[in-house]
Design a protein around this ligand. Structure first.
Ligand code: FAD
Length: 474
């Protein structure tokens, strides 16, 4: 394909937001000869450095990698990642257990620094011919005149840009979404989790190396709250504390029980000193590894978590939303970015298939919206699993049986986590098959504490009766 889309008849696209989705979409289309302009409200992080405040590192899984491969960006990104083989569970009594994610090291996830990933994508987008305009914050849109107005955080300069089509890759607080909602009904609703998060850091040890097992996602599950830690390639770990925030409404969790009075929360633990005492009590092994806990707790922002649902992602042929702007989700399946990257490939394919943008956007929405809904639901369910179930005996037995059934029936039984994380099966398929599998596991382990004397013939028959074979090329 032509390297750059500056030919007079190259199709043109205006993208708002040069974060993860905006940069990847720019690459995919610029590499195929499109003329691409991207407007980003922040400065160029390759010059200014990464601003703290968003999650520092992210788990990249097969779906995200698959999308990066379509953009020839996988090698550049993978050079900056740390492999994570499974969850290292830190139990309350101090013992550790590595729960592998997959069968072997072909089924793993990868920790990557958000800033380094974004930088790599911006470089590749520019090499492909996309023009990225920093310090351009979308403020308002006149859809009839096709004029977008941008302001600049460094001053109040306003620039007006004419556009054919706008793509909103401007994240959960999308300004384009707000502008679209002014002219059409998007069916928007947000559900807050009622739990917030704070990031802390485990520095490298005295020898400059990792202080705990680097090839794992560490979890300290404690019932209603938890900590996790992901490795960074320079020997540090980013620790994220997830705690209830009783001051926030909570209507997102299924079967959510009212919080216990006096339970730890961001409304009761408000200072670094209180956080240290809480860590010493509930996460003592982590507490010893976080020397700047008081400082980080006092200075790092407390992030709010929620799910954003829209019934409609596009305004006829004039504007469309992707990534968090269309479907922000809670981070507990580590799929927000992976899903946003899948969106980019899907939207690029629809745009390349037809010159009718309204048709392309409608096709994109009907392909992706049910899948976004499915991963949003699974992300909420995974929160309960991570903080509450990974150290639970019934869960561990069901997990063991699930792994055994997967070995016996590789063409039919695949744990839901594996379908989401290691395959390209549509999320909605993973959700539906996962529900059937879960019902079977509950049924087959009822009144059991071990798999000793298990009736494998009956279990095999059940799998064959209830689970059709997986498609060939998942
Ligand atoms: P963003 O990354 O938010 O990018 C939006 C861009 O638009 C930004 O550059 C922003 O500056 C710009 N912008 C915003 N407003 C404007 C405007 N008005 N004008 C111009 N530009 C604008 N996902 C995973 O896959 N794995 C994980 O492990 C994971 N962990 C997470 C942990 C936490 C705590 C959180 C909160 C999220 C996590 N996610 C994870 C989700 C992931 O961060 C998002 O899904 C992903 O960043 C979405 O990409 P995006 O490009 O849609 O939005």
């Amino acid at each position: 394909p032509p390297a750059s889309g500056d030919g007079a008849d190259a199709p043109h696209l205006t993208i708002v937001g040069a974060g993860l989705a905006g940069a990847l979409l720019a690459i995919l289309l610029a590499q195929r000869g499109w003329s691409i302009d991207v407007y980003e409200k922040r400065g160029d992080l390759r010059e200014l450095g990464y601003e703290r405040g968003r999650s520092i590192n992210l788990a990249l899984a097969e779906r995200g990698r698959h999308a990066l491969r379509q953009a020839d960006a996988d090698d550049a990104v993978m050079a900056k990642t740390v492999m994570m083989r499974g969850r290292m569970v830190h139990f309350a009594d101090g013992h550790l257990d590595l729960q592998r994610y997959g069968r072997d090291d072909t089924e793993v996830i990868w920790s990557v620094h958000r800033g380094e990933l974004n930088e790599a994508l911006l470089d590749i987008a520019e090499q492909a011919g996309a023009r990225i305009h920093f310090h351009h914050r979308l403020d308002s849109v006149d859809f009839d005149a096709r004029i977008a107005k941008f302001g600049d955080d460094r001053g109040d300069t306003v620039r007006e840009i004419h556009f054919d089509t706008l793509v909103g890759a401007d994240g959960a607080g999308s300004a384009l979404r707000q502008a679209m909602a002014g002219v059409c009904e998007l069916g928007e609703r947000s559900e807050f989790l009622g739990h917030s998060y704070k990031e802390l850091e485990i520095p490298p040890g005295p020898d400059g190396g990792f202080q705990i097992e680097p090839h794992a996602l560490h979890i300290w599950p404690r019932g209603r709250y938890m900590c996790i830690a992901l490795p960074n390639d320079e020997g540090t770990f980013t620790v994220t504390l997830f705690l209830p925030n009783h001051a926030l409404p909570n209507h997102a969790l299924p079967n959510h029980a009212a919080p216990d009075e006096g339970a730890p929360g961001f409304d009761t633990i408000t200072t670094g000193a209180q956080a240290r005492a809480f860590f010493d009590r509930d996460f003592p092994d982590a507490s010893r590894l976080i020397p700047a806990l008081e400082h980080d707790f006092d200075h790092n922002p407390t992030g709010v978590l929620g799910t954003l649902y829209l019934d409609r992602w596009h305004l006829d042929h004039r504007a469309v939303l992707i990534g968090d702007a269309a479907h922000a989700m809670v981070p507990f399946h580590g799929q927000g970015m992976n899903c946003a990257f899948e969106d980019c490939v899907a939207l690029a394919n629809h745009l390349l298939r037809t010159t009718d943008r309204g048709e392309a956007f409608a096709g994109f929405q009907s392909e992706r919206l049910p899948n976004a809904r499915a991963i949003q639901q699974m992300a909420l369910e995974n929160y309960l699993e991570m903080r509450d179930h990974v150290d639970d005996d019934d869960y561990i037995l069901q997990r063991e049986l699930g792994n055994r059934l997967a070995e016996r029936h590789p063409q039919r039984f695949l744990p839901r986590y594996a379908m989401v994380t290691f395959t390209h099966l549509p999320y909605a398929v993973a959700l539906a098959r996962g529900e059937t599998q879960h019902e079977m596991l509950v049924e087959l382990t009822r009144d059991r504490t071990t798999l000793d004397g298990f009736d494998w013939d009956a279990a095999d028959a059940l799998v064959e009766a209830r689970l059709p074979p997986l498609p060939e090329d998942y």
